[in-house]
Design a protein. Sequence first.
Length: 279
Amino acid sequence: MSELLPLAFIPDHRPPEDSGKDPMLFAFRNRELLVTQDNALPNVSAIDAHDIEAVRTQYLGRLAERHCFSAELDESFRPPDGFALRDLRMLFGAFDSTLHALAGRAVQIVEWDRTHQFCGACGGPTKISSGDRSRACPECEIPMYPRLSPAMIVVVERGDEILLGRSKHFPPGIFSALAGFVEPGESAEEAVIREVWEETRIVVDEVQYFSSQPWPFPNSLMLGFTAKYASGEVDTTHDDEMEDAQWFHVDAMPNMFPGNISISQWLIQDFMQRKRPGR
């Protein structure tokens, strides 16, 4: 299971008059984070020493007594000696869970700010709102909030077996939990039933909430569930994304993504521990 972002972090959209000592800065070129060569978050003084300028900056809030900012770097930016640009996926394990969660928050806010400089209705420039984390068009008065796409992810159980699938985009031989986006007008539980049916032609029931995880690749909120097999035979021939899906016995699990960083892994590990305690 993931560690919750501690209450010591207080989100806020209003930048302070004084950023205080040693503020934290999450600077991104596109979706790559600026770090030191040993994958640590650089301090602001080191960034200032290299005259690294941001296109835009955003205030995130406070972690304990440290103010936290995000920043957009120009696409032409090249890291100076001692720095590197890393995809957030590469920093699992290098950052602690709190820092990685903040980096995930930061990249989504940077992307939202970058892509909402102009109104999608009239094309006019937008302005930062004072009351909340949004931009607004002065002419249309349309608020524009950071994008968040809810998605469900589920493990389907049939006794000591679990239903796992593999996307055509996965590395060879890798299987994972089934997942998909929640459609307008449906609950997350309804999305579970629909997605499992669409991908595998399996009917499920007893859908139970498990946990959630923010997943900034690019802007999902993963809602984890377990479900029980009700009826049907696995058939993936009609689904363009699903390459294969199979039932796996708890004693004969397939190759899966390494580590313990995603809710898919937490769901599968929970199933295995319930079926084989102490393993």
